[in-house]
Design a protein around this ligand. Structure first.
Ligand SMILES: Nc1nc2c(ncn2[C@@H]2O[C@H](COP(=O)(O)OP(=O)(O)OP(=O)(O)O)[C@@H](O)[C@H]2O)c(=O)[nH]1
Ligand SMILES: [Mg+2]
Length: 626
């Protein structure tokens, strides 16, 4: 073997998964590399380039890229642009590709093959990966892979990305391939050299030769859509679903929450007894266990919410919801495309803002980014849940509705409606023509328990990591600031009142008093800027330090005693609007490439929060006669 050849043999080839949105690229990427990138049943899930590596059965190493899906290399949206640049070798610092693994949905070749033919013109080595052959078989779609391969002039393999071992054929193919020096891609202009109609004709010709459909595929998806997308029934079903979710968050979470709460309380007692009195006791029991424990309690509610979101994502319902809401969103000048980014924002505004990359029109994209944080993210849930538990009686209204669930629903709606109003105002300042929504509706499939469980586990991990790192750190810092300096001689307030945190809280009280917030709340709001849930933990610590041990695990009743209803409702309102999340603002600056937008966002959200909280506070005071 010559030196040259040796070098070639030891080089790790770089391959990229490419294809239309929602054809299973990421599922395949996860299967190959063992990673856990997000997979969901709608177009536009992946919006970034992700890299991984794997070793084939023959022991060869590969580097592999997962890319955002694209219908064509004529990129229309920022995420498609990423894909185009990687493939065409336009990305700085990116090594040229050794091969394209062109993934297609075997049940929808008519649409998918166009991209294959386009990619072929780049002259790179390619493998056609026929994914979802399990579904194709069930629907009686027979694909002659040998014919397809000779027509396209590239190897064809069949895969089932969601089954263990479903990638075997692809691995075998890769093992048989020779990777000499990487080929340079032809310029993108090669793609436009052939008119679209001609490509379309070629697709039809190939389908005639290689694909046959036997019998009636009995399209279940169509039947379901007749109901789910029905002009009257559709919205009713959507509303019922959302409503059910909020009810479940409150009615199912009771038992696990009680268990966690009892566990945290018991731990506090045990550790407290073991530590004896003193500073260390205060730090660990009042600072850490009370603070972190009061956030941890909300894990069950967060998981219930995500259970439903993941379920709807997996089944394929979400793009239907986008479709149903397109008219409503259009009336405030938002595109239906904004729906999925906004929906992701219910988990967290950060991925939501990033998902706005799938929006073509720059102005639509900006407005979507600006309103995304008004969607109630999961970090608000602990705050809402705590305050609701404290102020809203656990009662059944109209014999079926849980009142607490109802209030939670109202809070979510308040965020959504306000976002619509803000979008409307922002859009009014620009000429706008609504464009038709072009959105691929994927086939429904049964939820996969495995994927669901692993999605939930990921969520639990994210939450526990946050609690264990960010929130824990904030709690310790807060404890320090709240404990020093101690109370002076003859103090009439609890020591925290005289501490550094107390001083800051009292300083802010002046601004916050008109909306009903005392110094205890003011103290909690400051560390709450790092992350919303921190405010709950901070209240836990503040009350533990000022009220004694029993406060640690009974925060809700304690708050109910010390605040008026007006204050409670005012704080709830504040949290609907206030931009209590620095990472979100940083993401806005990054994604828009302009810091100004982050400032505008912070400004308008604080203003909204203050005004809305003021109105709620004053109105409640008026009605409660205080
Ligand atoms: N039945 C079946 N479902 C599959 C298969 N591969 C993927 N899926 C499902 O198809 C959906 C889309 O999968 P993803 O991997 O997210 O698709 P993607 O190509 O990465 O999509 P984008 O990132 O939006 O471009 C998910 O619901 C998967 O569970 C398969 O081989 N068989
Ligand atoms: Mg993907």
């Amino acid at each position: 073997m010559g030196v040259m050849e040796q070098q070639v043999a030891s080089r790790t080839p770089l391959v990229a998964l490419l294809g239309n949105p929602n054809c299973g690229k990421t599922a395949l990427f996860n299967r190959l590399t063992g990673s856990r990138q997000k997979v969901a049943n709608y177009a536009g899930v992946t919006i970034e380039r992700k890299e991984g590596s794997f070793t084939s059965p023959a022991g060869r190493s590969f580097r592999v890229l997962d890319l955002p899906g694209a219908y064509s290399l004529n990129a229309q949206t920022p995420d498609e642009g990423i894909t185009r640049d990687v493939v065409a070798g336009l990305r700085a610092g990116e090594a040229p590709l050794d091969a394209i693994l062109c993934v297609v949905n075997a049940t929808n070749l008519r649409l998918n093959l166009r991209l294959v033919l386009e990619l072929r013109r780049l002259g790179l080595p390619m493998v056609l990966v026929l994914n979802m052959v399990d579904v194709a078989r069930k629907r009686g779609i027979a694909i002659d892979t040998a014919k397809l391969s000779s027509e396209l002039g590239m190897p064809v393999v069949e895969t089932v990305a969601i089954q263990a071992g479903g990638e075997a054929a692809l691995l075998a193919e890769l093992d048989g391939m020779q990777f000499s020096a990487p080929v340079k891609a032809k310029p993108l202009s090669a793609i436009d050299a052939v008119p679209v109609e001609e490509t379309q004709r070629e697709v039809r010709r190939i389908l005639d030769v290689a694909v046959s459909t036997s019998g009636d595929s009995g399209n279940l998806t169509e039947k379901i859509d007749n109901v789910v997308l029905h002009p009257v029934l559709g919205p009713v079903i959507l509303a019922a679903l959302m409503f059910l979710i909020f009810q479940a968050v409150f009615s199912w979470a009771g038992l696990p929450m009680d268990l966690i709460e009892a566990g945290v309380g018991r731990l506090g007692e045990l550790v407290g007894a073991w530590l004896g009195e003193g500073m260390l006791h205060s730090l660990i029991v009042d600072g850490i266990i009370a603070g972190v424990g009061s956030v941890l309690v909300f894990l069950p509610q967060i998981l219930i919410l995500f259970f439903f979101i993941l379920l709807l994502e997996d089944v394929g319902y979400l793009p239907r919801a986008a479709f149903l809401l397109d008219r409503v969103m259009g009336s405030v000048g938002l595109s239906g495309r904004a729906f999925l980014p906004l929906l992701s924002s219910f988990a967290c505004a950060i991925p939501g803002i990033m998902a706005a990359r799938t929006i073509q029109n720059p102005r639509d994209r900006l407005v979507t980014i600006m309103i995304a944080p008004l969607m109630t993210c999961s970090a608000r849930l602990p705050v809402y849940a705590l305050l609701i538990a404290a102020f809203i009686p656990d009662r059944t209204v109209a014999s079926v509705l849980n009142l607490q669930g109802l209030v939670l629903f109202v809070l979510y709606m308040a965020g959504i409606l306000s976002a619509m109003a803000v979008a409307w105002i922002m859009k009014r300042r620009s000429e706008y023509k609504q464009q038709a929504l072009m959105l691929e509706l994927p086939a429904y499939h049964w939820p996969q328990p495995r994927a669901l469980a692993s999605g939930l586990w990921e969520r639990a991990k994210i939450f526990l990591m946050r609690v264990g790192t960010l929130i824990l750190t904030m709690m310790i810092m807060l404890w320090l600031l709240s404990s020093f300096p101690g109370a002076p001689e003859g103090a009439t307030h609890p020591p925290i009142y005289y501490s550094v945190a107390g001083l800051i809280g009292r300083g802010l009280e002046f601004i916050l008093a008109p909306i009903g917030f005392g110094w205890e709340i003011a103290i909690a709001l400051v560390p709450g800027m790092a992350a919303r849930e921190v405010a709950v933990g901070a209240l836990g610590t503040v009350y533990a330090l000022s009220g004694g041990d029993e406060a640690a695990n009974t925060l809700a009743p304690l708050i109910a005693q010390s605040w008026s209803l007006a204050t409670g409702l005012s704080l709830l309102t504040w949290y609907v609007y206030a931009p209590h999340c620095l990472p979100t603002l940083a993401t806005v600056a990054r994604e828009t490439g302009n810091r100004r937008y982050a400032w505008i966002m912070a400004g308008y959200m604080f203003a909204l929060a203050y005004v809305a909280a003021f109105i709620v506070y004053r109105t409640t005071l008026y009605f409660t006669g205080a």
